[in-house]
Design a protein. Structure first.
Length: 297
């Protein structure tokens, strides 16, 4: 009887696809979805999530926005790098933040973020603070989108919640591609100095974004709600010698640091940039803008 019971048990295990002689641990797949959806249910309050307006970042990152329905201006932008970030790369990105904030005239300086190695913050009194840290080896950037509508303490609380998420950060696909952006690839890769290993293209509300990335650099062309206004500001800056006209699209203007905006025949305004900011060079950006311009015609 005992032998018959043993045989029956072995047959049952075989039918279930189990090896009766070994025990294997089930592999839990990484969580999916954006980071806002993962962290929102664990935060105090009644947050909702939005895709948010696109903003370029180095390293190339996926973004979403936490929004407080009770206060429309209370918005936290969340960016998480697609690839892991090494300590040396984190130090490089911090240096770029230091350079760009100094150039932007911030009174505050970039300081330690208090969230471990590869963490830093900027907490200006008259502008929105931001916090950068690493979780699961990837870089996360939290930014208050509107001055006065969020605090550094709030960002630190969200950061601690993200680090303690069960299962860790959601997995990210390396490529999301639209065919309209293909003509810009060769010029973008010349800026990157290597083949693009990351892509993020999107068409949202008829606004096209084309984005290429390496482990440490990003190249992007995009439209947003501020494009027309920023175009006018750069054009105005040319009178003071801080920008110049370039032959791109119907009309193009470029700052001395390389940042470029051009207008198309259909009156779309397209921003062209590479990051980190202090590695951007004017001539390669013009070449890239000319290559990608047909996508916006």
């Amino acid at each position: 009887m005992r032998r018959r019971a043993t045989i029956t048990a072995v047959l049952l295990l075989a039918l279930l696809g189990c090896d009766p002689h070994t025990t294997k641990q089930a592999v839990t797949p990484p969580p999916t979805g954006d980071l806002c959806e993962r962290v929102r249910p664990t935060l105090p309050g009644n947050w909702i999530t939005e895709r948010g307006e696109y903003r370029p970042a180095a390293p190339l990152s996926d973004g979403c926005t936490l929004v407080d329905p009770a206060q429309a201006a209370h918005r936290i932008r969340v960016l998480v790098s697609i690839l892991p970030v090494t300590p040396a790369q984190a130090a490089r990105f911090r240096k770029d933040d230091e350079v760009s904030t100094a150039a932007g005239g911030y009174a505050a300086k970039v300081g330690d973020g208090g969230m471990g190695d590869g963490s830093w913050e900027l907490n200006p009194a008259a502008a929105a603070p931001w916090l950068v840290f690493r979780a699961d080896g990837r870089q996360v950037r939290l930014t208050v989108e509107n001055a006065g509508a969020g605090t550094m303490d709030e960002l630190l609380s969200i950061a601690r919640t993200i680090i303690s998420l069960a299962g860790g950060l959601p997995a990210a696909r390396p490529t999301v591609v639209r065919s309209e952006c293909a003509d810009g690839t060769a010029a973008a890769e010349r800026i990157l100095g290597a083949k693009a290993v990351l892509r993020r293209d999107a068409l949202v509300d008829n606004h096209l974004t084309c984005e290429w990335g390496s482990a440490s650099r990003t190249v992007a062309a995009y439209e947003d709600a501020d494009s027309a206004t920023d175009f006018g500001l750069i054009k105005q800056a040319a009178t003071g010698g801080l920008a110049h006209r370039v032959t791109v699209g119907t009309e193009g203007w470029q700052q001395e640091d390389g940042y470029l905006i051009f207008r198309t025949s259909s009156d779309a305004y397209v921003k062209v940039v590479s990051l980190p900011w202090d590695e951007m060079r004017p001539k390669p950006i013009v070449e890239f803008a000319r290559a990608i311009a047909p996508a916006y015609s």
